[in-house]
Design a protein around this ligand. Sequence first.
Ligand SMILES: *[C@@H]1O[C@H](CO)[C@@H](O)[C@H](O)[C@H]1NC(C)=O
Ligand SMILES: *[C@@H]1O[C@H](CO)[C@@H](O)[C@H](O)[C@H]1NC(C)=O
Ligand SMILES: *[C@@H]1O[C@H](CO)[C@@H](O)[C@H](O)[C@H]1NC(C)=O
Ligand SMILES: *[C@@H]1O[C@H](CO)[C@@H](O)[C@H](O)[C@H]1NC(C)=O
Ligand SMILES: *[C@@H]1O[C@H](CO)[C@@H](O)[C@H](O)[C@H]1NC(C)=O
Ligand SMILES: *[C@@H]1O[C@H](CO)[C@@H](O)[C@H](O)[C@H]1NC(C)=O
Ligand SMILES: *[C@@H]1O[C@H](CO)[C@@H](O)[C@H](O)[C@H]1NC(C)=O
Ligand SMILES: *[C@@H]1O[C@H](CO)[C@@H](O)[C@H](O)[C@H]1NC(C)=O
Ligand SMILES: *[C@@H]1O[C@H](CO)[C@@H](O)[C@H](O)[C@H]1NC(C)=O
Ligand SMILES: *[C@@H]1O[C@H](CO)[C@@H](O)[C@H](O)[C@H]1NC(C)=O
Ligand SMILES: *[C@@H]1O[C@H](CO)[C@@H](O)[C@H](O)[C@H]1NC(C)=O
Length: 785
Amino acid sequence: MLRQTVILTAVALALDPLGTTSCHALRSTSNATAPLYKDPSASIDDRVSDLLSRMTLQDKVGQLMQGDITNFINSTTNAFNFSGLVDNMEWKAGQLWTGYPVPQRWIADAVKRAQDYLAENTTLGIPTIAQNEAIHGVAYFNATIFNSPIGYASSFDTELVAQMADIIATESLALGITQVFAPVVDLARELRFGRVEETFGEDPFLAGEIGYHYVKALQARNVSAVVKHFAGFSAPEQGLNLAPVHGGERELRTTWLPPFHRTVIDGDAWSVMSAYHSYDGIPAVADYHTLTEILRNEWGYEYFVMSDAGGTDRLCTAFKMCQASPIDSEAVTTLALPAGNDVEMGGGSFNFKKIPELVAAGKLDLSVVDTAVARTLRTKFKMGLFENPNPAAPENQTSSLIHTKEAVGLARKLDAESIVLLENRDAVLPLKKSASVALIGPFADVMNYGDYVVEDSKYRGITPLAGLREASTGSISYALGCQPWSNDESSIPEAVSAAAAADAAVVIVGTWSRDQTELWQGLNATTGEHVDVSSLSLVGAQAALVRAIIATGKPTIVVFSSGKPVSEPWISEHASALVQQFYPSEQGGHALADVLYGAHNPSGRLPVGIPRSVGTLPIFYDYLNSGRGDDPDAGAVNDNGTLTFGHQYVLDSPAPLYPFGHGLSYARFEYSNVSLSSTTAGPDDAITASISITNAADVDGFDVPQLYVADQLASVVVPNLALRGFQKVWVPAGETVDVQFELKVEQLGLWDQRMRYVVEPGDFTVWVGASSADLRGNATLTVVG
Ligand SMILES: *[C@@H]1O[C@H](CO)[C@@H](O)[C@H](O)[C@H]1NC(C)=O
Ligand SMILES: *[C@@H]1O[C@H](CO)[C@@H](O)[C@H](O)[C@H]1NC(C)=O
Ligand SMILES: *[C@@H]1O[C@H](CO)[C@@H](O)[C@H](O)[C@H]1NC(C)=O
Ligand SMILES: *[C@@H]1O[C@H](CO)[C@@H](O)[C@H](O)[C@H]1NC(C)=O
Ligand SMILES: *[C@@H]1O[C@H](CO)[C@@H](O)[C@H](O)[C@H]1NC(C)=O
Ligand SMILES: *[C@@H]1O[C@H](CO)[C@@H](O)[C@H](O)[C@H]1NC(C)=O
Ligand SMILES: *[C@@H]1O[C@H](CO)[C@@H](O)[C@H](O)[C@H]1NC(C)=O
Ligand SMILES: *[C@@H]1O[C@H](CO)[C@@H](O)[C@H](O)[C@H]1NC(C)=O
Ligand SMILES: *[C@@H]1O[C@H](CO)[C@@H](O)[C@H](O)[C@H]1NC(C)=O
Ligand SMILES: *[C@@H]1O[C@H](CO)[C@@H](O)[C@H](O)[C@H]1NC(C)=O
Ligand SMILES: *[C@@H]1O[C@H](CO)[C@@H](O)[C@H](O)[C@H]1NC(C)=O
């Protein structure tokens, strides 16, 4: 089949080497011989090779660069420019970027113009893929905003994540958008990095499970995922965005790749985005080893990989592998395309325009181009795009599809399930609804969204103040306390008075990000893409505000509203209660009130450890054996001002303030009877681990039992502990629920000294815990050869 394709293509090329004459030939009006590629009952392989055989080189190149609606509509006036559309489709007909802060209808109309043009005015009628962002809701005006990825990962609830992805699909399709740049399965293993909020936390297994369920639900609706950023992106040197990542092959395979394998291969994701960074000296956008040897040859992936915005240019401009000015497009193309990066996103120089010239000059093999094009076509056939190129709903129906009551309700539920209760001294929470509460802090009366929301999103949504006011039957007073970006403490006394006059104080402090427009305007923020920090402590007067409120002696509930861990050990020790709400959904204030007043018994768990200070990083729980030590000789700066000198560290401890998986409940869960269906197993077997969970309190709630495995003896240095299962289980008050985890023995392997994946015979400790540091019961599994 491939042979035939190449021959046919070669003929087309011989007739028209640069493919310049036929690209805009009017489509034939006779379809007496309906082409095979248009037959939905034909196999995708056959459709791909049939279509490829009919394409000119220009048609092919057009599939490999991303178009943009602003090439033919004015994003201020919506004025349509037909020659802009024609130009766009000559070179950039493969994908269509729609992610602008413009009215919904403009997007839908632009997609329709593009698809109609391609269907009616191009020879082959290959539809384009309309794209947008959607890591926590599709990023156009008035679409439903869910909580940030690190937030919904904290829910540990894959079913709710799937429901969210289904709504994202509905809201995408409503405007004709058929592909979204999500999910992100990078890992939060460098907490200074600004994009921690976009991740599902630090753990490869958790990220893989959340990503898998996102993809499955999204694509069940024929909206394609683009899993990003392949691979090993999110631990840049110094925590600085885009900086090199250091690591070796074993670390790549043990830690960075598993969430991609789970999401991309098990989830059958129809596209992947390559990353901006270099790993061990090789730029990810031109890494033959990861993009071809691993992704395609080892994993068998058949769909296309696209660069990130401007990502290909970086080969010259950042990595200095070629001349940057003027950019050496020939070098960029011959580095990226043969390595396996098939499509060039916008935001750069569109180096792939060089392809016809390079093929003609014999500098680029046509088979490389054909392979890349075939991958993009395969994605389109798989999506059903040829049968349904523009799934947009009629204008008068979009309001019943976008931002529905159901979607908004899910945003609240998912957000509430994501909130993590870190401390609750003397059961100060839940608050009585009749209590008089002083709500204080710079994030108490704003929508503190993370990045990847459309411009001006902050003007809509339920703030904590609105949420608490609706839930309370008592009184809610409000005081700003301080601005987050200032050391000015002059408003603190007013907040102290408010606290003194109330039964309890709720103080909301944290980090902040910017919407997709403001993000690039140089404004202050402490998290988000290209916003990296050297400290994880509260900025400005916020810590002083919290101390002043706690000093009133009133029960003080501190809420961290943030996109990454906040390191404030003093607050952890002195607040009456501490609540972590990662960047909220548009229902964030209701979700917070649900938890504070007990309508939702908190059930979030940390997807990332919280360090005592930035100097103790990295803090991930699955450090390799020999890391951290069992009994660190910790020092401290004591409350009373004295110093205790230790050695690891001199004045601090390498232990996390809160470990991965931690989260309290208003209920009390007791674990018993850990058992395995079999205590010996072969490498291809699966066993079941069972546990009983008793809710010993008088309130119902969700628990999140976690299954961890430790390899007792291994031939290489492996993680001391690895999450291999988790569940979100409802345990009614006073009842006992039996929970089963399936554990496949193949999940217990390691990358040996010859870099082969092997499950080594021997003993493995299987733990069930309430967090990575609260392991409640164990059993030993012996793997036999
Ligand atoms: C071409 O095919 C379409 C359906 O794909 C059919 O409706 C139409 O009648 C056909 N036209 C001719 C000329 O065969
Ligand atoms: C869009 O229209 C406005 C108003 O007519 C004009 O000022 C602007 O230059 C146009 N933008 C582009 C990219 O053509
Ligand atoms: C329309 O598009 C063409 C081709 O890209 C461009 O040359 C022209 O400036 C555009 N016109 C306007 C008004 O934007
Ligand atoms: C968003 O919705 C609000 C109210 O529902 C409406 O006033 C506004 O025009 C919408 N914005 C856009 C850009 O569609
Ligand atoms: C197809 O091209 C013709 C001639 O240029 C143009 O009038 C027509 O609007 C185009 N159709 C679409 C759907 O773009
Ligand atoms: C998705 O597309 C495939 C291929 O055309 C089609 O068989 C399937 O019915 C579509 N599914 C949905 C939900 O539209
Ligand atoms: C939507 O508009 C179409 C025609 O434009 C009409 O046939 C249909 O009844 C309308 N549907 C609703 C729900 O208003
Ligand atoms: C930070 O940004 C806010 C709002 O965008 C602005 O009001 C404030 O002046 C800025 N402060 C500093 C110190 O940059
Ligand atoms: C200060 O606090 C430390 C730690 O709690 C304690 O060991 C020490 O005795 C205290 N020293 C004084 C002088 O109170
Ligand atoms: C644990 O197992 C024992 C023996 O089977 C049983 O009696 C006991 O009820 C179990 N405990 C729970 C909490 O299920
Ligand atoms: C496993 O649990 C048993 C009790 O069932 C306990 O005695 C043992 O110490 C635990 N194993 C480890 C490695 O801690």
